[in-house]
Design a protein around this ligand. Structure first.
Ligand code: ARG
Length: 399
């Protein structure tokens, strides 16, 4: 029986280096590589395939784009998914990548998993959690973490072992891409006070290069799910793909934040999140029209908790189901349209409409008598009664 390991393979440096290691240092004779297509550039998927074959592995590519949009991005929209200003693009793809690796592991009868995550990031937690949840007996090897390698040491190892990688010591950015966004790390960006150079951005134009005229866009939602662009019904994958281009051309969706990683490491992070930024903004605007004040206030807490769970990668946590039960109930009314104006990096909601709107122009208008203003008199007099009592007492006691 060959000793089989399933390696989650991106085609990048960390995971390519893992291939000879699995053979030489860990004694596996059957290396099965799995690349999950979540919308990273098609040439990356192809070059991962080519590299894996060149290095003699048994390779699988899982096209998970549709599943990613419908089962990961859409729940994120419903929860206005955010962590510290980051639309969670890398985070929500990791459970799906883990899931696909588990499917292949079951199919090939794997004796172990291997991944290329380092010991500093969040991905080790996200990916191992899914593997352990679904195949608890299968050991997980993380050679990069075990060896405590620096990036420079890895590049040197790759050179010695003749690994066909395209990174070099002067190609410094570490990139992660999928349909929900693009993350750029490393190099000078690790210095929080260093302004991100234009060269790191590939999806979103800078203010100077962005479209010269504003673009008005209408997004249709049904039960919290985006279903159309400017009145044209679109499947999820097409909608996200088109919106990435439109928002990117208008300079919308660049993110530059300090992020608190799971381990407590504070890190400077840059993202390009065009479609996710616009969709979440639009979705939140529609919720503001259809949800009660109390629901909105409560949902802010639920959304925040959802965002944290998603960031931690705890995709199968019962709390996530519980939160989604609440989120899903409200989404039954999140149907309608939102109009936005995109221009030179700004994205502003200019209109919203829904059959479920808890809004009556007739009640709110300055020009209407439907709401008898005299009804407010008693309410106004009792408003803040306890705080008035407090101030009166303070005065009385001379405090
Ligand atoms: N900090 C982000 C996260 O944990 C993104 C990490 C992406 N990795 C990269 N090599 N750019 O979700």
């Amino acid at each position: 029986m060959p000793k089989t390991v399933v390696l989650v393979y991106s085609g990048g440096l960390d995971t390519s280096v893992a291939i000879p290691m699995m053979r030489e240092d860990y004694g596996f004779d059957r290396i099965v590589t799995v690349t999950v297509d979540v919308g990273q550039p098609a040439e990356d998927v192809k070059s991962a395939e080519d590299r894996a074959r060149a290095m003699g592995t048994e390779h699988y590519t899982a096209d998970a784009k549709k599943e990613f949009v419908e089962e990961y991005c859409w729940p994120a929209v419903k929860a206005n998914g955010d962590y510290q200003g980051y639309p969670l693009s890398t985070a929500i793809a990791r459970p799906l990548i883990g899931l696909k690796a588990v499917e292949i592991a079951k199919k090939v009868g794997a004796d172990a998993f291997c991944h290329g995550c380092t010991g500093k990031g969040n991905d080790q937690f996200r990916i191992e959690y899914v593997m352990r949840a679904l195949l608890p007996e299968t050991p997980i090897i993380a050679p990069m973490r075990e060896h405590n390698y620096t990036r420079t040491e890895e590049i040197e190892y790759a050179r010695v072992k003749n690994i066909p990688i395209s990174v070099s010591a002067d190609k410094i950015w570490s990139i992660d891409e999928n349909l929900w966004g693009r993350s750029i790390e490393g190099g000078h960006l690790e210095e929080p006070n260093y302004a991100p150079p234009e060269e790191i951005f590939q999806w979103i134009k800078g203010i100077d290069a962005a479209n010269a005229a504003p673009q008005i866009l209408t997004i249709g939602f049904e039960n919290g799910v985006p279903i159309s662009l400017d009145g044209t019904a679109l499947d999820g994958l097409s909608l996200v793909t088109q919106l990435n281009k439109i928002a990117g051309d208008n300079g919308v969706g660049r993110v530059d934040i300090m992020e608190d990683r799971l381990l407590g490491l504070k890190c400077r992070e840059n993202y390009e999140c065009p479609a996710s930024t616009v969709l979440i903004k639009a979705h939140a605007a529609l919720e503001a029209l259809v949800a009660t004040a109390a629901e909105r206030k409560f949902k802010l807490m639920v959304d925040q908790q959802w965002g944290e769970l998603a960031y931690y990668g705890l995709w199968f946590d019962p709390l996530k189901d519980d939160l989604e039960a609440f989120i899903g109930k409200i989404q039954e009314r999140v149907t309608g349209t939102v109009t936005l104006r995109l221009f030179k990096g700004s994205c502003v909601v200019t209109g919203r409409a829904s059959e479920w709107a808890l809004y009556s122009e007739d009640l709110a208008s300055f020009d209407s008598k439907t709401f008898d203003q005299r009804l407010s008199v008693g309410n106004v007099q009792t408003h803040g009664m306890q705080s008035r009592m407090y101030w009166a007492l303070k005065e009385k006691m001379g405090k």
